[in-house]
Design a binder for this molecule. Structure first.
Ligand code: RIB
Length: 307
């Protein structure tokens, strides 16, 4: 089986549930608080590893106590941390998350995530081979994301890019992206249109090989080759949507590493993402493959064969 490399962020998530956002100058009580491992990159790595892919995280953490804890947590989820570097005199990336009615608002501090260098990418990709998967997002310095996608693409890796948080998506970047996965807001911002079909065409026209737009409760739409397909979401009671998209992307990457076609990866990614929404937190909400498959069997969905 091929490997999955995740180039991206590791954050400590400080999560508070609240009935509403406080106003300026106001102090109010929250409904609950906990700390857990997060970061779009790390969450995606956990999802790929829990789906069964040999998964390597390429990232930096700070020399604070949280850095070591985040690395150990990732190891516990099955992610290989050998390409995670600890940066002296820097804090581990942090996310302040407020959950209101199951939906989240996130404020980030990049910390060590912005200290990742080309050498970190090179060290990891030296162990990669054609057909491996590289997943990247927008929580490290843009030049590092661009460098990683290009280096991986030129080595024959299947490059998966999740441009979150949203930024511009020029042709000079998208030409190195085999699978672009983004939500409808990111798609609209990048393509300059609210029309999902038009946005997908625009982004493919700029060079992205295939495009998947996630649509929350409405599922997702994917364009691959000459075909476009819609996928329904599963019905769940949302407790916390944090890392739902990350779970989708990590499982998708795991499926691609098994050699599945893009459309074949999406049902399991959808189910895993839906299950993550029923649980609090980021990494701690990601289901194992067995849970995803059990749901698929119970609901009459075909289960992808394991390699
Ligand atoms: O996608 C969810 C993640 O976004 C959180 O875990 C947080 O750390 C931010 O990176």
């Amino acid at each position: 089986m091929k490997k999955v490399f995740v180039l991206g962020s590791i954050n400590v998530d400080y999560v508070m549930a609240a009935p509403r956002m406080p106003q300026e100058g106001e102090t109010m009580h929250g409904d609950g608080f906990f700390i857990n491992g997060g970061g779009k990159g790390a969450n995606q790595a956990v999802a790929a590893a829990r789906y069964g892919a040999p998964t390597y995280m390429i990232a930096c953490v700070g020399s604070d106590a949280f850095g070591a804890k985040m690395v150990e947590d990732l190891r516990g989820y099955g992610v290989d941390p050998r390409f995670i570097r600890t940066v002296a005199d820097e804090v581990t990336g942090a996310a302040q998350i407020t959950v209101i009615g199951g939906n989240n608002r996130i404020l980030l501090y990049s910390g060590a995530n912005y200290r990742l260098e080309k050498e970190d990418v090179d060290r990891a990709l030296a162990t990669a081979e054609a057909g491996d998967v590289l997943i990247a997002q927008n929580e490290i310095r843009r030049e590092m994301t661009e460098y990683g996608l290009r280096a991986a693409y030129e080595r024959g890796l299947v490059t998966v890019f999740n441009p979150a948080p949203a930024r511009d998506l020029p042709a000079s970047l998208l030409r190195y992206v085999r699978v672009l996965v983004l939500n409808e807001i990111e798609a609209a911002q990048a393509a300059g249109t609210d029309d999902v079909a038009a946005a997908m065409n625009e982004l493919r026209g700029r060079g992205a090989g295939s495009v998947v737009v996630t649509l929350g409760k409405s599922g997702s739409r994917a364009a691959d080759g000459g075909e476009v397909r819609d996928f329904s979401a599963i019905r769940v009671q949302a407790v916390d949507t944090t890392a739902a998209g990350d779970t989708f992307i990590g499982v998708l990457g795991g499926g691609l590493a098994e050699g599945q076609a893009l459309f074949g990866c999406i049902p399991a990614a959808t189910v895993a993402s839906g299950l993550a929404v029923t649980r609090k937190g980021a990494q701690c909400s990601v289901p194992a493959r067995a849970e995803t498959e059990q749901y698929m069997r119970e609901h009459g969905m075909p289960v992808p064969a394991r390699p």
